[in-house]
Design a protein around this ligand. Structure first.
Ligand SMILES: Cc1cc2nc3c(=O)[nH]c(=O)nc-3n(C[C@H](O)[C@H](O)[C@H](O)COP(=O)(O)OP(=O)(O)OC[C@H]3O[C@@H](n4cnc5c(N)ncnc54)[C@H](O)[C@@H]3O)c2cc1C
Length: 360
């Protein structure tokens, strides 16, 4: 397995992106589904993928939204597990890069860009998880020199492989902070990853804080109301969730295309799905250029619908063979369910439910 790929510095480097995609696809079909994608991440690091998202000042390539989307579309059609882990890593890097804390940026970003270190996020309890409980699940008490943090973040992908975590906590009256904490800090407990319907290999589990002291110089943003929307360029639930859904849908549609070459009865179905795919990809890229008036949530609703229908259509085409453990189509069907629960705003949940219930 060659791990010294040429750095992919532009989203137009199609040959190199395809080569990386081929290697990821091969690994995802041979590796145990529940394993952490260590080799895949090493490959991506060697191909410069982690630099796409980091500003030039810290040795990144600073790709714009459109280029990042083109890259993510290729990666997610090859291996959703690896690409999903990269999105959580990227979310941590972006929040560090967007912070006004120069010391922490200088200290962490060069090694994160090269892949020498790994960071991930536990922030959903500030946006889409545990919000109905009415009191913060991760609480920070302010002291003279920093904060004492107690509670848990229910979902943190790759925490067991991380060097640093970017975590959110609430103080009082809705004021929140985002901070960086090193693995091994006293009182920080990383739970074992949960056994999931799919993507178990992403090693997603809870992180608990028991009187964890966070000094002021480890705070990235806040205290402020709605810390997640207080820093530009880091909005949650942006294009990446839709992009990965569309990437996975394209893998399933490619499968149907291959089958249709020998089975003409599949041609119309392939063409119908492919037209929807091409149209959604075009919408996604024009939105990334700021050219379209659709909302991100509308795009997400269509992306969720397509990935579920495309993966299940691939299963119909693969028939019983696709239902056998180890066939990629069965894995794609399970992975597609993730988009029903990953960082879904209420309007997306409502629309997904209407489609499933049959009232849209
Ligand atoms: C595989 C995976 C990986 C993830 N990785 C990350 C990550 O790396 N970082 C990160 O920050 N987030 C991550 N997330 C979190 C994700 O983005 C969502 O926030 C999460 O899926 C929301 O689900 P929840 O069960 O926590 O929602 P909740 O809203 O907390 O729902 C939990 C339960 O509460 C009950 N409930 C919900 N709403 C109500 C209500 N209004 N009234 C009464 N009861 C209610 C229901 O019984 C529900 O089952 C991940 C999620 C998954 C599944």
């Amino acid at each position: 397995m060659p791990l010294d790929l040429q750095p992919i510095k532009s989203s137009n480097d199609n040959v190199m992106l395809d080569e990386l995609g081929d290697q990821l696809r091969e690994l995802s079909s041979t590796q145990d589904e529940d394993s952490w994608p260590a080799v895949q991440l090493q490959l991506c690091g060697s191909a410069g993928v982690f630099r796409w998202f980091v500003p030039r000042l810290w040795d990144g390539y600073e790709w714009n939204d459109e280029d990042v989307i083109k890259g993510y579309l290729k990666l997610s059609s090859a291996c959703l597990k690896t690409t999903f882990v990269i999105t959580q890593r990227t979310a941590a890097c972006r929040r560090i890069a967007a912070s006004a804390n120069d010391e922490i940026k200088n200290r962490l970003l060069p090694d994160l860009a090269s892949g020498k270190t790994f960071a991930t996020v536990g922030i959903s309890h500030l946006t889409t998880s545990r919000r109905h409980i009415g009191k913060p699940v991760m609480h920070a008490r302010e002291t003279e020199t920093g904060f004492v943090v107690n509670g848990f973040s229910p979902w943190v992908t790759g925490a067991s492989a991380a060097d640093y975590l970017v975590i959110g906590a609430e103080i009082d009256e809705g004021r929140q902070i985002l901070f960086v904490v090193s693995i091994g800090t006293k009182g920080l407990i990383v739970d074992t990853g949960q056994k999931l319907v799919a993507l178990t290999g992403s090693q997603t589990g809870a992180v608990r804080c028991e009187d964890v002291f966070i000094s002021k110089d480890c705070v990235l943003s806040g205290p402020v109301q709605n810390v997640m929307s207080s820093v530009t360029g880091t909005a949650t639930g942006g294009f990446q969730t839709s992009t990965l859904a569309i990437g996975l849908a394209s893998a399933a549609i490619d499968f149907i295309a291959n089958e249709a070459r020998q089975r003409p009865n599949l041609t119309d179905q392939f063409q119908a799905l492919n037209e929807q795919l091409v149209s959604l990809q075009a919408d996604l890229l024009s939105m990334a250029r700021g050219e379209m008036s659709r909302t991100k949530d509308e795009l997400r609703i269509d992306a969720n619908s397509l990935v579920l229908r495309a993966t299940q259509s691939a299963l119909v085409a693969a028939k019983g063979s696709g239902y056998v453990q180890g066939h990629p189509v069965g894995r794609w069907c399970k992975e597609a369910l993730f988009f029903l629960v990953w960082s879904c705003p209420q309007s997306v949940l409502d629309a997904n439910l209407c489609e499933l219930v049959g009232t849209d």
